[in-house]
Design a binder for this molecule. Structure first.
Ligand code: HDD
Length: 705
């Protein structure tokens, strides 16, 4: 055998009997009947391992069309990431109407109770790049596409009901300021730097939103446990032209939950895909997350009497003033088949509304209506991005648009213009004044001018309302978050300027931040454009006041070793399936453990890969020997000390006492959140306690600084 033949033989794969000329068909291999690999032209490929060369050690030949096509395609795989909200994760589902709004709007999707339409939702962070980690402190995008029978309706919202700025003119500045600084290209996915706080401290209109992002809302535990808001005031319009203002809310059936900051920092290292994995796992195992769509409805009389302007996106309408009326439910029940094709290419546009839904003159919304369509052209490469299946309507559609990059749906037949004199189907689609979209004939009058309405000028009252609506624990988190962020700001004048705004929100908050920063004296309060007023607290604004009723959808980490108690493990497994929470075993080896009774149980994580930050509560379930061993292990010690510091409920068997002590949780430090489990019947009580999610009373005791 020549050396060339020998070389060829060694690189040939497997024992395949390829049927030549079977492009797009299947052939027999050692792996069974498999599809034949082809080029994009459908030509079957014989060898996908070696490029075509002039001799075994010679140069690659230009005529190797398979190599060229493969490389050409690879070289062009990337598209520009979204300029904001680059990191996101999407899922399919449906929206089902539970309460008809037929008296308020002609929107087809809101007429018939029980009717469902397909939905696609993409959650995101705002500032970070596509590959940034999930637990950045940030607002979360909550973008919903409803494929209704009268076209696609996009509700492009966030998990926060207010925004940083009032006028879209300021959006590029705000985004530039929060993103990495342009000379050094850091920090990534973080607002804790000079440029952001410089911009914020010079833009008092951002103060309400600052309270929200610096609260636990900025570090949600899961996409499944956060609310969504369309932010702006929209209009519902009936067939006979009656208009009602509407604000849209998505409330999670799973309840609200966030993590604490130190936990977020560690989750980013332990599992940068924490939120993605959580949604993926929940949907794959059939635990479908659900949100209730609610609307706040009001009229011009309310709008005129309201303290703030309903066109100002930095303000919300408290639920106590205008209750949220339930309308329907959104259920996510299917992950995408392909991330790029669907989640990356989905194009949300605030301008995508359907008959019966209309805009208001909110200057942020008006600007968005321009920006979203515009950005898709750059991102998706042409005007035909609606031909991509995830963006195409699921109802019949007929346009007279044609050509452009990637045109898939050019009109059939002779007619591509209107008016025309061809009758019937040959004449193509025609406008329909009865069914078609009509804009609400809002009377507009005014001079052209670059101004901000006087009614937009109160920047502090709602920020104060948000702050006083929080529990003490949540207020402390806001103080700590602002202190943390400003401690990363290098310019002392910027730190002081932020505190000068906080003084208009809450003196205690300003003082706590000033103390945390070590400011020698409090600055003067920033002169408000309009004097703030005292508003009553609103319970709906707190996460802790709106937690879940059960432990469903949460996750318990069980630190376990060989020789663990069978009955207790069994009770935990039964409780998990009854209450519908997840149980993950964290063991010295990933292969798992053998219980005292000899049952082999596989582990979900090895101790160094399963820190307690990945769980909502923990159970320490070693054997006597295992407990002594774990007490000598730094990762096991961190597992316990972090769970304790993050105010988590800790269940433990007596054998775990040496580990608890090594982690600093000595007998005298035990509190009502550290719960002894002597026998299997103690598990029920432990899980019941876990429904509170955290033992917040501990928190103040573990933070001395
Ligand atoms: Fe925006 C993306 C939400 C103000 C311009 N925005 C984007 C996404 C969400 C939001 C959830 C991601 C959609 C997806 O998953 O693909 N944006 C908001 C909210 C805002 C807001 C709730 C205030 C109430 N946005 C806003 C303004 C502008 C933009 C004022 C510009 C005038 N937003 C964009 C954009 C993006 C975007 C540049 C980037 C990628 C995209 O649109 O498709 O056009």
């Amino acid at each position: 055998m020549s050396s060339m033949e020998q070389e060829r033989k060694t690189v040939k794969l497997g024992d395949e009997t390829v049927q030549r000329g079977s492009g797009g068909e299947t052939h027999q291999t050692a792996h069974g009947d498999v599809p034949t690999l082809t080029t994009q032209q459908g030509v079957p490929v014989a060898d996908d391992q070696n490029s075509l060369k002039a001799g075994a050690r010679g140069p690659t030949l230009m005529e190797d069309f398979h190599f060229r096509e493969k490389m050409f395609h690879f070289d062009h795989e990337r598209i520009p990431e979204r300029v904001v909200h680059a990191r996101g994760y999407g899922a399919h589902g449906f929206f089902e109407l539970t309460h008809s709004l037929s008296d308020i709007t002609r929107a087809d999707v809101l007429q018939r109770v029980g009717e469902r339409v397909p939905a696609f939702v993409r959650f995101s962070t705002v500032a970070g790049a596509k590959g940034s980690s999930d637990l950045a402190r940030d607002a979360r995008g909550f973008a919903v596409k409803l494929y209704t029978k009268e076209g696609n309706w996009d509700i492009v919202g966030n998990n926060i009901p207010v925004f940083f700025i009032q006028d879209a003119m300021k959006f590029p500045d705000m985004v530039h300021a929060v993103k990495e600084e342009p000379d050094r290209a850091f920090p990534q996915a973080q607002s804790a730097h000079d440029n952001f706080w410089d911009f914020i401290s010079l833009s008092p209109e951002s103060m309400n939103m600052i309270m929200w992002v610096m609260s636990d809302r900025g570090i949600p535990r899961s996409f499944r446990f956060m609310e969504g808001f369309a932010v702006h005031t929209f209009r519902f319009v009936t067939a006979d032209g009656k208009s009602t203002y509407a604000k849209f809310h998505w409330k999670p059936k799973q309840g609200l939950q966030s993590v604490v900051w130190n936990e977020a920092v560690k989750i980013n290292g332990a599992d940068p895909d924490f939120h993605r994995r959580d949604l993926w796992n929940a949907i794959q195992k059939g635990d479908y997350p659900e949100w209730e769509l609610g609307v706040q409805l009001f009229d011009d009389a309310f709008a005129d009497s309201f303290d703030f302007d309903i066109l100002d996106a930095t303000k919300l309408i408290p639920e106590e003033l205008v209750p949220v009326k339930p309308v329907g439910r959104l259920v996510l029940d299917r992950m995408v088949d392909n991330f790029f094709a669907e989640t990356e290419q989905v194009a949300f546009c605030t301008q995508n509304v359907v008959p019966g839904i209309d805009f208001t003159n909110d200057p942020l919304l008006q600007g968005r209506n321009f920006s979203y369509l515009d950005t898709q052209l750059k991102r998706l490469g042409g005007p035909n991005f609606t031909h991509i299946p995830i963006n195409a309507p699921k109802c019949p559609f007929h346009t007279l648009q044609q050509d452009g990059h990637g045109a898939m749906h050019n009109p059939k037949g002779r007619v591509n213009y209107e008016p025309n004199s061809w009758g019937g189907a040959a004449g193509g689609p025609r406008e329909n004044p009865q069914k078609g979209y009509t804009s609400y004939p809002d009377a507009i009058e005014g001079r052209k001018e670059r101004v901000r309405s006087e009614k937009f000028a109160d920047h502090y009252s709602q920020a104060r309302q948000y702050y006083i609506s929080q529990t003490e624990v949540e207020q402390t988190h806001i103080q700590q978050a602002i202190t943390f962020e400003l401690s990363k700001v290098e310019t002392p004048a910027i730190r002081a300027r932020v505190v000068s705004h906080l003084l208009n929100i809450d003196k205690g908050l300003a003082q706590a931040v000033a103390d945390g920063l070590g400011l020698e004296k409090l600055p003067e309060a920033a002169p408000p454009a309009r004097a703030p007023v005292d508003l009553p607290p609103s319970a709906a604004l707190s996460i802790i006041k709106n937690g879940p009723e059960s432990f469903a959808g949460r996750k318990v980490g069980v630190l376990i070793t060989n020789g663990a108690d069978d009955a207790i493990l069994d009770a935990l497994e039964k409780a998990a399936s009854a209450e519908k929470f997840d149980l993950e075993l964290v063991a010295p080896q990933i292969g798992g453990i053998k219980t005292a009774g000899g049952r082999h149980v596989p582990a979900g994580q090895r101790v160094p890969g399963g820190p307690s930050v990945l769980y909502d509560a923990v159970v320490l379930l070693p054997s006597e020997d295992g407990g002594t061993q774990l007490a000598k292990d730094a990762d096991a010690k961190d597992f316990v000390s972090d769970a304790f510091a993050h105010a988590k409920f800790i269940g433990y068997v007596p054998a775990a006492a040496p580990l608890l002590a090594k982690a600093g949780v000595t007998e005298d430090a035990h509190d009502n959140g550290v719960i002894a489990i002597q026998k299997a019947t103690d598990i029920a009580g432990f899980i019941k306690t876990c429904r509170a999610l955290r033992f917040w009373d501990r928190e103040a005791k573990v933070h001395a600084v």
